[in-house]
Design a protein around this ligand. Sequence first.
Ligand SMILES: Nc1ncnc2c1ncn2[C@@H]1O[C@H](COP(=O)(O)OP(=O)(O)OP(=O)(O)O)[C@@H](O)[C@H]1O
Length: 254
Amino acid sequence: MTHSEGGPRAQVAASAENLTKIYGSGDTEVVALRGVSVSFAAGEFTAIMGPSGSGKSTLMHCLAGLDVATSGSVRIGDVELTGLSDKAMTTLRRDRIGFVFQAFNLVPTLTAAENITLPLDIAGRDVDKQWFDAVVTRLGLTDRLTHRPAELSGGQQQRVACARALVGRPDIIFGDEPTGNLDSRSSGEVLEILRAATDEFGQTVVIVTHDPRAASYADRVVFLADGQIVRELRQPRADDVFEVMKNLDNPVVA
Ligand SMILES: Nc1ncnc2c1ncn2[C@@H]1O[C@H](COP(=O)(O)OP(=O)(O)OP(=O)(O)O)[C@@H](O)[C@H]1O
């Protein structure tokens, strides 16, 4: 098993090595990732930030097995994703990874409660009723459980997607702008529960965000610019994150 600096939290939940992603070819070629190497310690909450187009979503999608890199390798725990069959990949995603993406991907014909337990139902796993109640209560969804997505606000739909990612207690939760559509109160609730997922349940959380305040909930912020990791902050304060972002957005000033 791979270890980073040592200590009880040094187990690696996910990692990328020398990841390159090229979209298109010839005149339309876009190099989205240029040899990115990064690892995410188990039980840590990491935020990925960077200017628009810097490669954040591409990196997250490659890490989560939703997209395939042009070269380099990705591991979830000790499983190397390259070369996994579609079936093995689907099983790994289903059993070990939770997703909170901006496009909520809720099933319109199912109620909120049914959407939340859907991945567990598909996997034939039991729902831990106590944990389900705890998640739903903390996300303020208790009186919305019988509603269908169309009867919920955007923020409520996002919280249902968040509950769905948490309820199976996956090893690692990936969020692409999980608070992007939320007001500051809902946003705080989602971030608090992601924080609790790491602190209380030892899950690993990796989110992409543009919001320095959201990033300040993380243990670590990794900054991307032009497809490369250019900076990292530990125990980030929103002000410090904001300063780094300002300089990345205006590289001449940096
Ligand atoms: N499917 C695609 N085909 C071609 N180019 C793509 C594709 N997806 C992303 N890109 C390009 O790759 C680069 C990185 O995109 P990516 O979405 O990863 O950036 P991002 O940092 O997440 O941006 P944003 O903050 O605006 O969401 C951009 O130049 C983008 O235009």
